[in-house]
Design a protein. Structure first.
Length: 241
């Protein structure tokens, strides 16, 4: 990954490097990086980039765990039915309601108490389509960086570092900042929530445009012309009769 003269990495280059298209889910993934470039600076500090990619990809080998980190913004260590629905909608877009009926039924079947990590992992195991598009993107990221075998080894070291306990993205950022001071400008969970809210609003507008393109409304003027032609034909037919 190339850097600027100031030792920074541009967010657009990151997206292009991994052939990633903007989507609500991937917005959440890269919001940690994007936050560093909000104030007119399109680049991310290289150390922040390395730290964040390590944080994302070592947890990303367990995709349900990564997804839970991104959507459990209340830090309850559980996903509610609505949070799972929001996640699936962010991943599959308008196709969720129109084409993925089995997945939709499975979401409705989630109990009111929600799912802990083990429960969500089981949900994904039973509904393989759930995280499939995201898994494919992360497989590319593994391949285009260190390779899956190397990331698997790093993920094991991550587990050893925290004695086998599940630590999400924010646990790691908090521990690293407290223990070493690196990076000294790690974003807070509140900053992340604010950025997600902005991204959700933006992507909702994009999704609405896509929905309109896929389900175009009939042109009123065209309908009127069609009716006029039909009336003329009927008049001509009456005259002949």
């Amino acid at each position: 990954m190339s850097k600027t003269k100031e030792g920074k990495v541009e967010v657009k280059r990151i997206m292009k490097k991994f052939s990633i298209k903007r989507s609500p889910f991937m917005e959440r993934v890269f919001s940690i990086l994007i936050l560093q470039s909000i104030k007119g600076n399109p680049a991310v500090d290289y150390k922040i980039f390395i730290f964040t990619i390590w944080n994302l990809l070592t947890i990303g080998l367990d995709m349900p765990a990564l997804a839970m980190s991104l959507y459990d913004l209340t830090r309850t260590k559980r996903l509610s039915r609505d949070e799972v629905h929001d996640m699936m909608k962010d991943i599959h877009g308008w196709k969720l309601e129109q084409h993925h009926t089995e997945l939709t039924r499975a979401i409705r079947g989630i109990e009111s108490t929600g799912l802990n990590l083990a429960g969500f992992q089981m949900f994904v195991l039973k509904n393989k389509l759930a995280l499939e598009p995201i898994t494919q993107i992360f497989d590319k990221m593994f391949t285009k960086t260190l390779g899956k075998a190397r990331w698997t080894a790093l993920a094991r070291k991550r587990q050893e570092r925290w004695e086998g306990k599940f630590v999400d993205l924010y646990d790691v950022m908090a521990d690293m900042k407290e223990e070493t001071g690196f990076p000294d400008h790690v974003i807070s969970l509140e900053q992340y929530r604010e950025q997600i809210a902005k991204n959700i609003k933006y992507m909702a507008e994009v999704e609405e445009i896509k929905r309109a393109r896929n389900n175009p409304k009939p042109d009123p003027s065209a309908e009127e012309k069609k009716e006029e032609v039909t009336k003329r034909r009927k008049k001509k037919k009456k005259k002949k009769d």
